[in-house]
Write a protein of this length. Structure first.
Length: 377
């Protein structure tokens, strides 16, 4: 009896010990260090042993495969639903068919004068602020006073009180800014909440899609629309974004050669650095910037390097708590080696600014000069 009793106690103790083992800490698996140590990026451009051209083709194929299924293709059409004249340009509110399933509302800014003009696709940020999307880059019109106040406050907080799209339209660019899925006029029923991202992505994954994949698809469709416009010079189309918009910018440049130059402010790092030292995962907000399976094939700077040899600008802040300096530095080093290998180092511009997660006016002027230089304006 005593022996059986001791065996029972031992089994209970073992069961308790097993059930109480931690599997997650700070939204990360407790064995995240082991997972990172096991990472082998199959398409690391500096180690995969194939030519740069072969790597670029394989890398883009892997990127689009990770993005998953896209909605059925359909001819692009758009209509202007409202217009407001501003100093030197017109702002059109347009609606276009992003897929055969749904339409998207966007702002299209067209300078005065005769084209063709250089084009700029602007990609808005995340900020866990879903009530506005395109309005973070274009001062809205024909909306409630509350929406205008919302936009003005956001632009003051992150863009130094400058609506970027207006700046570029005044400078002679045709600018397109659309709402990403879950933002602005594409919110969830009743308004997007933080947890909506996880719930929607779960449903999409079960249907064979992903939130990040659809975002890339939608950005590619917006690029196609901009490139199809007769007043746009197809050889001078750039894309620009801050924060999540920066991620979207180099991701889009990696996916399509229709982008001729990319500027990305405040989104770059190696994956390992983002997870090192117990850094907390961003949780729900990550879903907009995840392509299932891509992390076993390429790191973030590897994807951005697919822009090579086209012009690429990356700015990060020394005081930006979202992206550790060591991770940004590692990413910059990778990109520098790839551009050097391609003989295109003059097309790569990377800088740290003594700044937080913010896109200030001095940076904005430098980015504008970047596009002027590479588009010969």
């Amino acid at each position: 009896m005593t022996k059986n009793y001791l065996i029972i106690i031992l089994y209970v103790f073992m069961a308790f010990a097993l059930s109480s083992q931690e599997v997650s800490k700070r939204n990360l698996p407790v064995y995240v260090d082991s997972m990172m140590a096991d990472s082998r990026y199959r398409l690391d451009p500096l180690k995969c042993g194939i030519s740069l051209e072969d790597w670029k083709k394989a890398g883009r194929d892997a990127l689009l495969e990770a993005a998953g299924n896209f909605p059925p293709e359909t001819p692009l059409e758009y209509k202007i639903t409202a217009t407001e004249r501003r100093d030197g340009y017109a702002v059109h509110k347009i609606e276009y068919n992003v897929s055969s399933w749904t339409n998207v509302v966007a702002y299209l800014l067209v300078p005065e004068g005769d084209g063709p003009f250089p084009g700029m696709l602007m990609l808005h940020d995340h900020g866990a602020h879903f009530s506005i999307g395109k309005e973070k880059m274009v001062r809205p019109f024909g909306v409630s006073e509350e929406t205008v106040e919302d936009a003005d406050k956001w632009v003051a907080t992150y863009y130094d009180s400058v609506y970027l799209a207006g700046s570029y339209a005044k400078a002679g660019f045709v600018v397109l800014v659309a709402d990403a899925l879950l933002w602005g006029e594409r919110q969830a029923q009743g308004g997007t909440k933080y947890e909506t991202q996880q719930a929607l992505n779960g449903a999409l994954l079960q249907l064979g899609y992903s939130l990040g994949g659809l975002m890339l698809h939608d950005d590619m469709r917006a690029l196609d629309l901009l490139a199809s416009m007769p007043m746009v010079d197809k050889e001078r189309i750039g894309c620009l974004g801050f924060s999540m918009g920066a991620y979207r910018a180099w991701m889009l440049g990696a996916a399509s050669d229709k982008v001729k130059a990319v500027a990305a402010v405040c989104w770059m790092s190696t994956c390992h650095a983002l997870f090192s030292n117990g850094r907390k995962s961003k949780g729900g907000s990550d879903y907009s910037m995840l392509l299932p399976g891509l992390g076993k094939v390429m790191d973030y700077p590897h994807v951005a390097a697919l822009v090579c040899p086209r012009p690429l600008l990356l700015y990060n802040g020394k005081k930006d708590k979202l992206f550790p300096i060591e991770g940004v530095t590692e990413a910059y080093n990778v990109l520098s080696e790839v551009y050097n290998k391609a003989g295109a180092s003059e097309c790569l511009k990377m800088e740290f600014w003594d700044e937080k997660h913010f896109f200030n006016r001095q940076q904005q002027d430098a980015v504008m000069e970047f596009f002027h230089t590479h588009f010969n304006l």
